[in-house]
Design a protein around this ligand. Structure first.
Ligand code: FAD
Length: 372
């Protein structure tokens, strides 16, 4: 039987960040990943907000490309540009990034990563958990296994119940588009409850949309609509991907005596922007440090540290309800050029000021020069 201090289920952003932090604190770590290899067919567009770079300070430049601003399009394809001094989003080679994170992690001999290793349940023992499928004994377990977490399910922890569903296609190159911008389409018939996008990625273009209901999920319809400005019809598509994005906020509970969930598994995703990578990295790392402190006999129970650091998303959940209700295209078109709409969009995309902060609202009403 194998023995480890911490077993982590899922080797994506949250799982790898958790493993890296835990091993730096002296724990032995075993990571279980169901996929055949790390970074295999990720479901995400993979855009990093600038704040996430703090979690990955040494990320190789070949894996990312900065995108300085956002070009927003109305249902009739009118557009305006947004940017913020000194701020850039990062388009990322996601499979490359996850492989690089795993390679860096594996430089430490106290870590083992098993691929094709699906979590199938655990038996509670007096001093830990036994996982029969892997013949593995672990003192503690972290579930970083995504929106439909089997760890949450097995341990009867909180489960995500509200989702957006996203899909995107990938094409080679991006010579045909203005690569300084993330191109964002607001259209409640194409992408009800969310947005559609064209992203000049690392050597590729990603075209996708997300919405509340799978019936609306037609990337082909999006490409037909935007053909007057971006014509992808002659380009071969390289990949098609999709997945669920939990947007109901942090689930409850996120832990029991021996197991904790983090990242998408715990609903740690912005309900408004549907971005989850930043929090998966940040809170994944925090989970690793908190479990190490707990197993070392000092420090609070791990979930307290995690809950204290996770956003409550109260206001963003409220805005999500408004978005779910559906804003008609005629209204979007009407407010689109409006200065308040532009400032609000500025605040949502460059949210380092916080949606509920005095500075943030100062930017919307024009007291703080928030516009581009
Ligand atoms: C279409 C789409 C586009 C997105 N675009 C962005 C974006 O641009 N920017 C952003 O910030 N966020 C984006 N998101 C959200 C973002 O992808 C997630 O928030 C992020 O991937 C969460 O990371 P995670 O590590 O918690 O979970 P995941 O990335 O979902 O990883 C979970 C891992 O667990 C593994 N696993 C699952 N079950 C088991 C099991 N039983 N045993 C072993 N392993 C298991 C999976 O194979 C996977 O590797 C997008 C999501 C979607 C669906």
């Amino acid at each position: 039987m194998l023995k480890t201090d911490l077993c982590i289920v899922g080797a994506s952003y949250a799982g790898l960040a958790c493993a890296s932090a835990a091993v730096s604190c002296g724990l032995s770590v075993t990571v279980l990943e169901a996929k055949p290899e790390i970074g295999h067919r990720p479901h995400t567009t993979g855009i990093l907000v600038q704040e996430a770079v703090a979690q990955l300070p040494e990320i190789p430049a070949s894996l990312v490309r900065p995108i300085r601003g956002v070009r927003m399009y109305s249902p009739s394809l009118r557009s305006f540009d947004l940017c913020s001094d000194g701020y850039a989003f990062l388009a990322v080679d996601t499979p490359g990034l996850l492989r690089w994170m795993a390679k860096t992690l594996l430089q430490n001999e106290n870590v083992t990563v098993h691929t094709k290793a699906r979590f199938q349940g655990a038996e509670e023992k007096p001093d830990g958990l036994y996982l029969p499928a892997q013949d593995l004994f672990s003192s503690y377990l972290v579930g970083a296994d995504g929106a439909r977490s089997s760890v949450a399910n097995h341990f009867s922890l909180g489960r995500n119940s509200e989702f957006l569903i996203g899909m995107e296609m990938e094409f080679a190159g991006h010579d045909h588009l203005d690569e300084r911008y993330l191109h964002v389409f607001v259209d409640s018939t194409l992408a009800p409850g969310y947005i559609a996008w064209v992203v000049p990625g690392v050597g590729i273009t990603q075209v996708g949309l997300a919405c509340r209901h799978p019936a609306h999920l037609a990337v082909e319809r999006l490409m037909e609509k935007i053909r007057p400005i971006f014509d992808f019809s002659t380009l071969p598509s390289l990949e098609k991907r999709g997945g669920l994005i939990p947007v109901g906020g942090v689930v409850n509970p996120i832990a029991n005596r021996r197991a904790l969930i983090v990242g998408d598994a715990a609903g740690m995703v912005s309900p408004l922007t549907a971005g989850g990578i930043h929090k998966a990295l940040e809170l994944g790392g925090l989970a690793g440090r908190a479990v190490a402190a707990h197993l070392g006999g000092h420090g609070q129970i791990p979930e307290s540290a995690l809950l204290a650091a996770s956003p409550r998303y109260r206001f963003k959940r409220l805005l999500r309800r408004v978005a779910n209700y559906g804003v008609p295209n005629s209204l979007i078109e009407f407010v689109f050029g409006n200065i308040l709409f532009r400032r609000f969009a500025q605040l949502v995309f460059f949210h380092h000021r916080g949606l509920l902060s005095r500075k943030g609202w100062g930017a919307v009403i024009g007291k703080d020069g928030g516009g581009s």
